[in-house]
Each structure stands twice: as structure tokens, then as C-alpha cells.
Design a protein around this ligand. Structure first.
Ligand code: PLP
Length: 378
């Protein structure tokens, strides 16, 4: 079956009890047990909830994994999964990893004795050079945020496997519709489901998906022991959101392609970062390992004044943090996602004061273009 069909017919789309076409919201914390000797499949809702389970199996299936786990946020999924590691373990991490992940690694996991080295993961040799005898994990994001740098996932995962480390990939920007890291040899896929998977800017949630059953059991243990689970109402909303994943991604991506091409020809736009453009340094690798460039792009403008006029003037894109909603979202990395970084370090990473990130929603791209044209070209 084609992927678009699998999004709808996941095997978990029908309620087994009633035949309902929508899985019910099991709003319960506990379950009555038959006898002292026999406990049923469900005993307490931190451990198992049928609504959450339907969502977990759906996301696992879409990533071509065997087990999926739903958490209270993307950061809950990431931090819970990082509890796979122990004091003395070392991680190699892509340098433009999501800010919240950087903070968790450098301010929480470092205190617990898990050390991280940050590298330019577009360079497989740099990844290799950062490995130590105690390196147990390679943590990647591709395309990265906000400069859309591309890592060769198959090459990186091979390298890690040869050295006895697991590869974890934050697949938030792509979703399984466009990129499936487990198929490329990676071990754990992570998501902020808050973004494209749910897609409606109304739920905060996260996922971890694995193929290896033993790794699945270890994350299952952490999910239950640590307890950062997703509730049944939110699980239901995400199940509903995922039903339109394909049409949302296709439409938003078509808009992003159109806008990226237009920006690339504008005098006041100095650079456009989008893996769909042929001159993007990761264009070929991205083309091999995914089926599309996605719906997020970044660009730099001529002056801070133009940048401010665009950010504050847009009405069809909300000036906000986050991405992946049905509504376009325009954000300012220097003051938002990377505000905590010292200006010099930010500049060194290419995140200057005229850099803008746009997550293209479901508005007509022509209307977005017309508004951007008016604001940029004044
Ligand atoms: C938003 C985001 C996260 C964090 O997810 P939350 O749901 O906000 O906790 C992690 N990784 C990426 C790439 C993100 O965009």
C-alpha cells in the first residue's frame, strides 16, 4: 500500500468494541480487575491507555517501527529517551540541535554524567572524529533548525553502528510522510508532535519510535517509570490531526517551494536556506534520503529594518515560535529559538539579526507571496 493510504488505514483506525470510525477517548485513570489472580491487559493509565495506544501504534507504523511511545511534549520524549544513557556515557550531537535539546544536554544530562560533543554533522568525517571509546549515542536532526543543514543519515548511522553506538534522529521537520530514518539504519526516531504530526497548533506532544524490540522494551520501561505520558484527550486530537498529514504536508510543501523560488530571485533577500533549491549544499543527499524538501525555510534580508517590517507586518503568517501548523508561522531565531545564545556564538553559527524562518501553512501561497512582496519591497 502507498503511504497516503497507510496514514488512513493504520490498522488502528476502527474502534474494536463498537466499530466506530474514531477511536474513543478513554478518560480513565484505572481499570477494574477480574480477580486477585488475574489482572487484565490494562491496570493503570500511566502504563496503558487505549487511546494513547492507538496513537502510539499509528506513529510506530508510519515510521516503519515496531514500538511507538507518546509523551507529554517533544522535550518529554527526548529527555525520557536520553535516560537510556548512564553516567560515563558520551554522545555526539549535531551542533545546531533544537535549543531545548541543547539545554537538556548541557544543563541536565551533563549533571547526570552524560557528556556531549557538538559537531558539524554535515561532515561525516567530523562526526567520526568526535567519537570516543565511551560514545554510546549519535544524536541528529536533518534538516536542522534554522539553517536547514543536511546530514547523510545512512552514512552516519553506519558509522555509529560500527562503533557500538545507537543513532537517534529528531524527525520533527520532515515527519514520516517525507523521511523515515529507521529505514536508513537509525535506531530511534524522535518527534515534537506539536508541529506537523498534530498540525493544528492546539496540542503539545512528543514521540519516540524504534524498530529493535529490546530497545523498545527499554524505552517502554522509562516511559512508565518516568511517567511523562500523553493524556487521552490530546492523544485523540493527534490521531485526528494525523489523518490529514499527507494533504497538509503536500500543500504546505508546494507553498514553500513556490515561496523559496520567489525569495531566491529577490534583490533584498541575500540568502535562502531550503533543501528544495538546487544550490543548497545538502540538496542531493536530502533528495536521496527523503521524498520532499518540507514546508519550513529560512532566509536572510538586506537590513534589520526590512526584517522588522516583515516580521511585524505579516498578517497571513503569525509572528510566533513553533511551526508545522495549518496557519503559516514566521519567526525570528535571533530573538526566539536562539535568544539564549551569546550574539558572537549566534553569528558564528550563521544566525544573524536578519535571519527569518517561515513555516508555510495552508493559506494560498499567492496571498502569502503578495504580502511578503509588499512588506519586503516596501
Ligand atoms: C519544537 C521542537 C522540539 C521540542 O518539542 P516540544 O513539543 O516543544 O517539547 C524538539 N525538536 C524540534 C526540531 C522542534 O521543532
Amino acid at each position: 500500500m502507498k503511504f497516503g493510504t497507510r496514514i488512513i488505514h493504520t490498522g488502528r483506525e476502527i474502534d474494536p468494541t463498537t466499530g466506530a470510525l474514531s477511536v474513543p477517548i478513554y478518560q480513565t485513570s484505572t481499570y477494574r480487575q477480574e480477580s486477585v489472580d488475574h489482572f487484565g491487559k490494562y491496570d493503570y493509565a500511566r502504563s496503558d491507555n487505549p487511546t494513547r495506544e492507538a496513537l502510539e501504534e499509528t506513529v510506530a507504523q508510519l515510521e516503519n517501527g515496531t514500538r511507538g511511545f507518546a509523551f507529554a511534549s517533544g522535550m518529554a520524549a527526548i529527555s525520557s529517551t536520553l535516560l537510556l544513557f548512564s553516567p560515563g556515557d558520551h554522545l555526539v550531537v549535531c551542533e545546531d540541535v533544537y535549543g531545548g535539546t541543547f539545554r537538556a544536554l548541557t544543563q541536565l544530562f551533563s549533571r547526570l554524567g552524560v557528556e556531549s560533543t557538538f559537531v558539524d554533522a554535515t561532515d561525516t568525517a567530523a562526526i567520526e572524529a568526535a567519537f570516543r571509546p565511551n560514545t554510546k549515542g549519535l544524536y541528529l536532526e536533518t534538516p536542522s533548525n534554522p539553517l536547514m543543514k543536511i546530514t547523510d543519515l545512512a552514512a552516519a548511522a553506519r558509522l555509529a553502528r560500527e562503533r557500538g553506538a545507537i543513532t537517534l534522529v529528531d524527525n520533527t521537520f520532515m515527519t514520516p510522510y517525507l523521511q523515515r530514518p529507521l529505514d536508513l539504519g537509525c535506531d530511534v526516531v524522535l518527534h515534537s508532535g506539536t508541529k506537523f504530526l498534530n498540525g493544528h497548533s492546539d496540542v503539545v506532544c512528543g514521540f519516540a519510535v524504534v524498530r529493535d524490540p529490546e530497545l523498545g522494551q527499554r524505552i517502554r520501561f522509562i516511559q512508565n517509570a518516568f511517567g511523562a505520558i500523553l493524556g487521552p484527550q490530546d492523544s485523540w486530537l493527534v490521531l485526528r490531526g494525523i489523518k490529514t498529514l499527507r494533504v497538509r504536508m503536500e500543500e504546505s510543501q508546494a507553498g514553500a517551494v513556490k515561496i523559496a523560488n520567489w525569495l531566491a530571485g529577490e534583490k533584498r533577500v541575500s540568502r535562502v536556506f531550503y533543501p528544495g533549491l538546487p544550490d543548497h549544499p545538502g540538496h542531493d543527499i536530502h533528495g536521496r534520503q527523503s521524498s520532499g524538501p518540507g514546508a519550513v525555510l529560512s532566509f536572510t534580508l538586506d537590513t534589520v529594518e526590512t526584517t522588522r517590517r516583515l516580521l511585524e507586518g505579516m498578517r497571513l503568517a503569525a509572528f510566533a515560535v513553533s511551526l508545522g501548523g495549518v496557519e503559516s508561522i514566521i519567526s525570528y531565531p535571533a530573538r526566539m529559538s536562539h535568544a539564549a545564545m551569546p550574539p558572537a556564538e549566534r553569528a558564528a553559527r550563521g544566525i544573524g539579526d536578519t535571519l527569518v524562518r517561515l513555516s508555510v501553512g495552508l493559506e494560498d501561497a499567492d496571498d502569502l507571496l503578495a504580502e511578503m512582496d509588499r512588506l519586503i519591497n516596501g
